[in-house]
Design a protein around this ligand. Structure first.
Ligand SMILES: [Zn+2]
Length: 506
């Protein structure tokens, strides 16, 4: 008898249809044949399914049985299909009459005893079910994730026996309950705050401008000047994520097998700080079954690259296009997978190999050639991705922490949110920020005085044409922070200060 079970495969952060056909009782040798999975996965799945069947009181098929996972060209992970395969075998050998089987999309890994373990991509299953108006049966944690997608009916599978009883119409299965509203309404709290960073007023301001306009930020300064302490606090001043942004972030984590919702009792924007020894695949994503890299795990948040000059140069070069596009596409023989990566890139580097160039103590003995060579590790086009480049003066860490409290994150965040709402009105969507604007010269119009000022700066400071548009964008953000519709002279003057590398690198 032929039975059909509906399931799904995770392709990047999307679920695509997979159908499991099981046919039992064919003529020929009593064999169990499985097609549509990689060889090693077939063997493992076969062993788990047979053990779970016998430990759950079902008979393993003694007739020739064929299992086909279609379509064959999709790269599948074996563990997703244990539960649907076991159900298909039970149905096709007439050990139960699961008349409800056709109405569900089912996935889950079986333990040898017949209990069901979690799979990756719970949120992606939820989004898929919503889009195609389907009902789901998933392992407990995956079901909880899928239920975060509004209006999706998800049932919790904890054992093979209970799923068979449910699909036969005998015993109900519990519905997964998670409310995105409840989750969203929890106030975000951070243990760190910008009030911990005392002094460094110029850098605090540069960070505020960067976050307000979504600009990438490069900090250049001696070790111990507080660059990473400042970077870590950037998510605390970012505008609150929308529900849609939140689901996008959680979808990536769930597809990567990392549950953001479980790790944190409340939702926060991601902050990722990979070490400089990271591989290209680790940073950008990839693998046999492509998974997201650090750049996508930082989606809608911050990717912090400390010691930028120490990263592999080739790895950094591949970063350029995704930074521009806000997404990254990984090509495999089985097709293309796209992951979103709309991030603020924050990087820190030392000014020279020893790190103390410009330090008051004069301990830097690096020759100009050595400094130039060190800086050339980062290409001009990559440097160009940083709208804001600032020098971080050296202060001792005790200075950074001491002398009372500075302005707290909540106050800065208030200004950032007001500046973002001006941008939302300007671009008529929530995703475009000043950093991502096109038609810069149409949007950032200047009056005659400002135009003269900028022209003069271009001539006197030998700024590049590229720097011209960057200065306009940053000036627009500074004007937004001041809630000014017009760009004023002081906004231009401040924006020029944030291009400290233009003359060094070009
Ligand atoms: Zn030095």
């Amino acid at each position: 008898m032929l039975s059909i079970v509906h399931s799904g495969a995770l392709k990047g952060i999307e679920v695509v249809d997979v159908t499991i056909e099981v046919n039992s009782g064919e003529r020929g040798d009593p064999r169990f044949i499985m097609v549509g999975l990689p060889d090693a996965a077939v063997k493992e799945s076969h062993d788990r399914v047979f053990s779970a069947l016998s430990n759950s009181g079902f008979a393993c098929p003694r007739m020739r049985t064929t299992v086909n996972l279609a379509p064959g060209y999709i790269r599948k992970e074996g563990s997703f299909y244990d539960l649907p395969i076991a159900l298909g075998v039970i149905q096709s050998t007439a050990q139960a009459n699961m008349h409800l089987l056709d109405g569900f999309v089912i996935a889950g890994e079986l333990s040898l005893s017949g209990t069901i373990s979690d799979i990756r991509g719970g949120i992606a299953f939820g989004l898929y079910a919503k889009q195609h108006s389907k009902k789901l049966i998933l392992p407990p944690k995956s079901a909880k994730e899928a239920a975060l997608v509004e209006g999706v009916e998800v049932f919790v599978a904890d054992s093979l026996v209970s799923v068979v009883a449910f699909l036969s119409g005998d015993v109900p299965l519990p519905r997964a309950q998670s409310s995105i509203e409840n989750f969203y309404s929890i106030e975000q709290d951070y243990v760190i705050d910008f009030s911990d960073v005392v002094g460094q007023l110029a850098i605090r301001r540069a960070v505020e401008v960067a976050v307000a306009g979504g600009h990438n930020l490069l900090m250049i300064g001696t070790p111990g000047s507080g660059k990473s302490m400042i970077a870590k606090r950037i998510p605390t001043i970012m505008p609150r994520a929308s529900m849609e942004e939140m689901i996008d972030i959680m979808n990536i984590y769930s597809a990567a097998g990392m549950s953001l919702s479980e790790e944190n009792s409340c939702f926060r924007r991601p902050f990722r700080a990979p070490h400089h020894t990271i591989s290209t695949v680790g940073l950008l994503g990839g693998g046999v079954i492509p998974g997201p890299g650090e750049i996508s795990l930082a989606h809608n948040g911050v990717l912090f690259l400390d010691e930028l000059a120490e990263f592999n140069r080739m790895t950094l070069e591949v970063l350029r296009q995704p930074l521009e596009d806000g997404e990254i596409t990984i090509s495999r023989s089985s097709g293309k997978v796209t992951f979103p990566c709309s991030i603020i890139l924050v990087a820190a580097m030392n000014p020279c190999p020893c790190g103390f160039l410009g330090d008051k103590t004069g301990r830097c003995k690096c020759s100009p050639n050595l400094v130039a060579k060190y800086r050339s590790r980062i290409s001009g086009p990559l440097i160009d991705r940083f709208d804001i480049q600032v020098d971080v003066p050296s202060v001792s860490l005790s200075d950074l922490r001491g002398r009372g409290k500075a302005e707290c994150s909540a106050d800065i965040k208030g200004r950032v949110e007001r500046a973002r709402s001006m941008q939302n009105k300007r671009f008529r969507d929530r995703k475009t920020t000043n950093a991502r604007m096109v038609n810069v010269r149409e949007i950032c119009t200047l009056d005659a005085t400002c135009q003269n000022l900028l022209d003069m700066a271009m001539r006197n400071l030998y700024l590049s044409a590229r720097a011209y548009d960057k200065i306009l964008k940053i000036a627009r953000t500074i004007a937004d922070l001041a809630e000014s519709d017009r760009i004023l002279e002081k906004h231009i003057l401040e924006a020029i200060q944030y291009r400290s590398l233009d003359r060094v690198f070009f």
